[in-house]
Design a protein around this ligand. Sequence first.
Ligand code: ATP
Ligand code: MG
Length: 374
Amino acid sequence: MFLKALRLYNFKNYREVDFIPDPKLNCFLGKNGSGKTNLLDAIHYLAFTKSAINPADAQNIRSGEMQFMIKGFFSVAGKEKEVMCSFQSGLKKVVKEDNQDYVKFSNHVGKYPVVLITPQDIELIWGGGELRRKFFDTLLSQIDAHYLENLISYNHHLKQRNSALRRFAETGSTDYQLLESYDVILAKTGTYIHSRRTELMKEFIPLFKLHYRLIAPESAESVDIQYRSELDRQPLLNLLKNSIHRDILLQRTSVGVHRDEFSFVMDGNELNKVGSQGQQKSFLISLKLCEFEVIAKEKAIKPILLLDDIFDKLDDIRIGHLMKLVAEGRFGQIFITDAREDRSMQILHESNLAAKVFFVENGNLKTNGENSGR
Ligand SMILES: Nc1ncnc2c1ncn2[C@@H]1O[C@H](COP(=O)(O)OP(=O)(O)OP(=O)(O)O)[C@@H](O)[C@H]1O
Ligand SMILES: [Mg+2]
């Protein structure tokens, strides 16, 4: 699967662009703020029906305009597929595949898988547990539409249950029947989420360790990911029943898969406490490449790889290892952004890689066609 053509209308800082990427390797080069990441974000929209950067669709409309549209033409097993995503202020977002509307966006996610590596990934290590859950949820959502449906339902009913708990505290009367009805749905969806997370980690952890060695072969440290859930000990329905009085007191749901923990571990300690900057970067790249590998295996489609400012964040050795993987043809289509034209050109040249290079300038794209690194 690869993106054959991309068209944008009034998306972020683009008025109208239309371009044809290379099926293999593409570079977006241009100054800071020129719109390189926005192009990756447009591709992310087509995959996930939402931005990776700004979840408020309205703010992704070009300033002063009323509507944005992103159109992607994909090649899937030799056939052309058209995906369109548009949003008009005040209206519902529309996503279409070959001119057919989706009733549920969750039916679309995963059809055109994408793995994004960005400087913000560092938050996975430093940020709260919800970001690590989101990482694994994003991965599972791309390989299992049923997972995404369960997750949407779980989050929806969790919100409802929490607002009911707050309402009960205000009014001083508790509707136990209503809570029980939420508990049944939360238990059903939460149990599925927990079982899929558990299954995934069995596959993911050994593969992750392997990738860490690929990216940092000279390293001596041991790495690990630990998954912990209250559901490991007891079924969720029991947990919810047992915590009902505490929940009423706290005015929120204190047990469930929204509290599951994924810990990143190095030499037996938390990664953010002991890992050097370089080790943390290797950890993140390994996570993402492992995500790529799992999706490629589960779906038999190589995801599109979006590498935002990757050269900025890696030292020469790690760039070398990564480019070696690229040159070996391990990936499918790749999009790389870089604000430093000379550096990217040099890396392509040194890795003996040919790429299509796009020069981005204030929402305009120019290409010099095929840039041969060879
Ligand atoms: N809704 C919008 N309307 C108009 N412009 C927007 C909108 N949203 C974002 N932008 C503009 O897009 C630009 C940022 O684009 P982007 O993040 O793609 O830059 P970049 O080339 O990746 O820069 P860097 O090298 O610093 O990462 C900013 O100038 C920002 O003002
Ligand atoms: Mg950027």
